[in-house]
Design a protein around this ligand. Structure first.
Ligand code: AMP
Length: 214
């Protein structure tokens, strides 16, 4: 059973890499704090409304809100039994410390990419409005233009509302401000592993197994 953290700047490919890990360890539970917030926003829940103003500006939602949410999720049976990939959490040292009181993790995978790739991935990212499959105008287009590879629906170009140049700059600032102490924290505990995430789609199952240590 593995308990993993995926860490890296916006556009590092945390979502994509999570799906690749899930293909190898099918039972592992993928927990993306960004996805949970977006789902709550869509359903206009109190949590979604609380997070909205921060997300719109590319700022971090306050630690207490995120930590409570993650604690609830990690205490569910599936995560306890099958392990998890935390995608987008922790993002601050305080979150990392709070996590250590909820559960022990095995590894923090630090996904590293160049700034140039970050901008291409984020500003070119769009999803199928029918099934949610994610594509990229520059790096991962649909096989047939305008048609979703996964569900066959005609795609309306739907971008995340925070995937624009201005918000991306704030998100990168937030990342850079918090990354160093967090990386240091996991390094000190022997749990840091760096991954060149320029082209994770070329990784084989064996590459993934080697990275996550199974
Ligand atoms: P993401 O999908 O991981 O890029 O997250 C989208 C947005 O959700 C971020 O820009 C933050 O506003 C918020 N968010 C997600 N995870 C966290 C977290 N661990 N701490 C604070 N805010 C978060």
């Amino acid at each position: 059973m593995k308990k993993l953290i995926l860490f890296g700047p916006p556009g590092a490919g945390k979502g994509t890499f999570s799906s690749q890990i899930k293909k190898v360890v099918t039972e592992i539970v993928h927990i993306s704090t960004g996805d949970i917030f977006r789902e709550n926003l869509k359903n206009e829940t109190p949590l979604g409304l609380k997070a909205k103003s921060y997300m719109d500006k590319g700022e971090l939602v306050p630690d207490e809100v995120v930590i409570d949410m993650v604690r609830d999720r990690l205490n569910k049976e599936d995560a306890k039994k099958s392990g998890f990939i935390l995608d987008g959490f922790p993002r601050t040292l305080h979150q990392a410390e709070a996590l250590s009181e909820i559960t022990e993790v095995d590894l923090l995978l630090l996904l590293q990419v160049s700034r140039d790739i970050i901008f291409k991935r984020i500003l070119g990212r769009y999803s199928c409005n029918n099934c949610g499959e994610i594509y990229n105008k520059y790096t991962l287009p649909t096989k047939v233009e305008g048609i979703c590879d996964k569900c066959g629906a005609e795609i309306k170009f739907e971008q995340r509302s925070d995937d624009n140049e201005e918000t991306l700059k704030s998100r990168l600032d937030a990342y850079e401000k918090n990354a160093k102490p967090l990386i240091k924290y996991y390094k000190k505990r022997g749990k840091l592993k760096k991954v060149d995430a320029t082209d994770t789609l070329s990784f084989t199952d064996d590459d993934i197994k080697q990275i996550i240590g199974i």
